[in-house]
Design a protein around this ligand. Structure first.
Ligand code: PMP
Length: 369
């Protein structure tokens, strides 16, 4: 019953106590000309793919009275072929975005009485899905430059003995990648499963290595990928993981039957058949990413080197009166450019857009500084 006389709200419902301090996660969805706040690919799917999608979705629609393949066998084979590294469909698993993959991992390996450890700042959903699944969250700090000190990282893992370790590489929101040797050492030190979130792996700079090559002989290593970023398919909601087949057998215990719709499976397979055209935009995006790093550096701003399709940067030059990140975020928005205030003091994150969008961001920022 309501006691305070105000309108009925979710707080009046018997919501779990541990959720009450939360606010719904997500960037503001503002209708702004230049949206560089959610790390999407700025290029829509090419027309040939759109035409094939129409055909594939129409074909799938003809049998929508039937449930889809609950194990998404063909899609997993296609994903394995895309990743290479000798992987097979038995080592792949797909879900509605990598967020659902993360949720399934924590439902399976986390939960009440268990813990998950992450190196912050990092992708907030790791912590939030841990909370939502009743998994105790252990936050370990990254260094001043957002890298991980191997000795400190391994000591934290040994000290806490978490059931799940999350390592985002390249890291969101900072863009820096974890060296392969560190990933290897983390897997060796961790008592439970180790999740390397490689949502942005297609944007790696030359010389940065994926954790996929570490999979053989490491059955507790899980590598997450997504079709939301490089593949320009964020709206389709397809994320996936590569791991030992035993991990996938475990996930079958928690996944909802038929979680991946027939339309989603058809769309994802069609996109994978166009992988070359789709990934053709990656070099253009990387060029804009590098342009942002170069131009912001030339402006004298602190910039985190990025292996992703976004750049984290400080909004004040050394020795200058420090600006508030929120004020710069608002000033950019006033000029029609939406970036992300990721809650890092004095820093913002901007997604690499088309040359025009990136140019609009740089012009607006120069006006503000
Ligand atoms: N992991 C990381 C590191 C991300 O940045 C994102 C998207 N912001 C995701 C996972 C989730 O992406 P999706 O659910 O669209 O695959």
């Amino acid at each position: 019953t309501k006691t305070d006389g105000g309108p009925f709200s979710w707080q009046d419902l018997p919501v779990r106590d541990d959720l009450r301090a939360l606010t719904p996660y997500g960037a503001p969805q503002l209708d702004v000309p230049v949206r560089l706040n959610t790390n999407e690919n700025p290029y829509p799917p090419p027309p040939e793919l759109v035409a094939d999608l129409r055909e594939a979705v129409t074909a799938a629609a003809a049998t929508l009275n039937r449930y889809p393949d609950r194990d998404a066998v063909e899609l997993r084979k296609d994903l394995a072929q895309y990743l290479g590294h000798g992987l097979t469909g038995a080592q792949l698993w797909a879900a509605n975005g990598s967020n659902e993959v993360i949720q399934q991992i924590l439902q399976c390996f986390g939960g009440a009485g268990r813990s998950a450890l992450g190196f912050e700042p990092s992708y907030t959903m790791h912590r939030l899905i841990a909370l939502a699944t009743g998994t105790r969250w252990i936050a370990e700090p990254r260094g001043a430059d957002f890298s991980l000190d191997p000795a400190a990282a391994l000591a934290a893992i040994r000290r806490h003995g978490p059931d799940v370790v999350f390592l985002t590489s390249p890291n969101n929101p900072t863009g820096n990648a974890a060296p392969r040797e560190l990933v290897e050492a983390v897997v060796d030190a961790a008592p439970g499963v180790v999740v390397i979130d490689e949502a942005y792996a297609e944007f790696f700079r030359p010389g940065t290595a994926s954790a996929l090559s570490l999979l053989p002989g490491r059955p507790r290593l899980i590598v997450i990928r997504t079709m939301s970023k490089a593949f320009a398919m964020a709206g389709a909601r397809v994320g996936y993981l590569a791991a030992d087949p035993a991990v996938i057998d475990a996930l079958l215990l928690v996944r909802l039957p038929y979680h991946l719709s027939a339309l989603t499976q058809a769309a994802a397979r069609t996109a994978l058949a166009h992988v070359q055209a789709l990934l053709g935009t990656v070099d253009a995006v990387k060029a804009q990413r590098d342009r942002i790093v170069d131009e912001l550096t030339a402006l004298g701003l602190p910039v985190v080197p990025s292996d992703a399709n976004f750049v984290a940067f400080g909004v004040s030059r050394a020795g200058e009166q420090p600006r508030e990140a929120g004020a710069v975020w608002q000033a950019l928005l006033d000029r029609g450019v939406l970036v992300r205030d990721v809650g890092l003091a004095g820093m913002l994150r901007v997604t690499a857009g088309t040359p025009e969008e990136t140019g609009a961001f740089l012009t607006a920022l120069k006006e503000i500084l």
